[in-house]
Design a binder for this molecule. Structure first.
Ligand code: DAT
Ligand code: MG
Length: 150
């Protein structure tokens, strides 16, 4: 396992439903380090770049409309196996298949309203971090590091 960064985003339904704090708390409490965070009203052009791999899927237009329907909370979290662990914390894409204890398994029911995004691989995380944080990231040391890692 190694230290990675992942892009996590609370989707518009998660923001409207007041789940931002609960989602942030899960990543904080797990021991991940917060590297970047902002509230953004994304444009359809920006969202089409974020979801470029899904262009052509029947649900693509609805996905873009949903993602542009309100602000999202864009975040970068860092820690051991952050990409894979972030996906485990999110649960399956379809919340009906997400285990209880996961973010989607605890807070969502419909695949088209699954409240949170997480990068699916280290290379897509790098692309997504550049896309959402072109201004770059803030550097600081995390005072809990020596208590979380050996
Ligand atoms: P994930 O968000 O788990 O990485 P994905 O990248 O395959 O899943 O799809 C992106 C989003 O698109 C997903 O969070 C919800 C939506 N989506 C995926 N499959 C869908 C489907 N069959 N019907 C409706 N929306 C879907
Ligand atoms: Mg995905």
């Amino acid at each position: 396992s190694k230290t990675e960064r992942t892009y996590i985003m609370v989707k518009p339904d998660g923001v409207q439903r007041g789940l931002v704090g609960a989602i942030i708390a899960r990543f904080e409490q797990r021991g991940f380090k917060l590297i970047a965070l902002k509230l953004v009203q994304a444009t359809t052009e920006h969202l089409e770049l974020h979801y470029a791999d899904l262009k052509g899927k029947p649900f693509f237009p609805g996905l873009i409309k949903y993602m542009a329907s309100g602000p999202v909370v864009a975040m970068v979290w860092e820690g051991l196996d952050a990409v894979k662990t972030g996906r485990v914390m999110l649960g399956a894409t379809n919340p009906l298949a997400s285990a209880p204890g996961t973010i989607r398994g605890d807070y969502a029911l419909a695949v088209g309203r699954n409240i949170c995004h997480g990068s699916d691989a280290v290379d897509s995380a790098e692309k997504e971090i550049k896309l959402w944080f072109p201004e770059g990231l803030t550097q600081y040391s995390h005072s809990q590091e020596n208590w979380i890692f050996e």
